[in-house]
Design a binder for this molecule. Sequence first.
Ligand code: MG
Length: 415
Amino acid sequence: MRITRISTAVLEANFDWTIVRVETDEGVTGHGEAFVGPGLTAVIREFNEILAGEDPTSIDRLIRRMKASAIYCSPGLLYHAIGGIESALLDLIGKRHKMPVWQILGGKYRDFVTIYADCHAGEALESITPMLKPRTPHWMGGGTPADNDARISVRHHGWDANRPEAVTPEAYVARATQMAARGFRILKFDVDVPMPFETDEYNRGFCLREVDFAAEIVQNVRKAVGLDVELAIDCHWNYGVAAAVDLARALEPARLAWLEDPLPPENIPAFREVQSATRTPIATGENHFFRLDFQRLITEGGLRILAPDVQKIGLWEGKKLADLADLHYVNLTWHNISGPLGTMAGVHLCAAAPNVLALEWHAASVPFFDEIVRDSEGPMIVDGRIRVPDAPGLGIELDLDAAYKYRKPGEAFFE
Ligand SMILES: [Mg+2]
């Protein structure tokens, strides 16, 4: 069996969902999903030059071959492309040999994978471009959102800084109650959002009122959901050590499952400073690509929970990373902002490693998440879990007719 062609399609959801298709001369086809990035589909298609004519079952060697080009050109977007291609390769290997991907990865530890719901800041997440600019997807009527010209906050991760009134403890509580009622047992919220008082978005500080407001939000949510629902908080790399420690300590009474990315990702010793000053577990990892950096986060950063991204790392490398973390009794909570295909890829990875807390789901506000899955018998996520599939490959097929309705204008749809 030889690879003949790699092509792409992009759906306009909360983020771009980039689907990779790998075709072979035997007619077996695999699909995978790649992490979003500007110009990504052109990068993915460039890999035709390396992979056409190759045996797709040489998965370890092919990944190394692809990463050699990425190391030469530098990782980032190239790794996003490789993750999507790798997932499609595993899907087609599984289909060819009639094995689910979790079996290729060494077997499964569990029949259901716990899904945690990313609840943002209590309101539905807007759709954003690969450059984090709000947009109205074409299937919602298209055009440019009226507030597109508003100042988009650097600090607040694509949020419109002119709308702090959208952030209230009541909105968080309402969202938490709603998601807990849907059966989710781990919820994640953002507190690095525009607050109803003046803050500086560049100095990595956290004023006293911000700390207290964040603590009030989290305490209210904890009170509303009780102790049966675990809570995590995401800070999107916005603070410095002092502010991070202040926040982490203020949130200690809420007994968080983890506090995610309080610091920018690159300064690993700074994570040790924060973690050693608080009993709130600190997690990071979605910006890292190399196993060596994850090892440093454990040994130099003193972290006990890592949060790598499924699509950036890939399933094959993800299994190796899980093994490395397990040597240190470190658990993984996998970051995931993808659609159904990428989410199911994460399910296989989470099934195949012992030290997994949960897999993220970011798409609660996307109305077509289940609609674009072929032959589905109801929603993929039931009671905050996904059943590990036994069908060959990733065990999920997209309904391409349904998916086509949500394609991104200007992008190929596997043509
Ligand atoms: Mg995050």
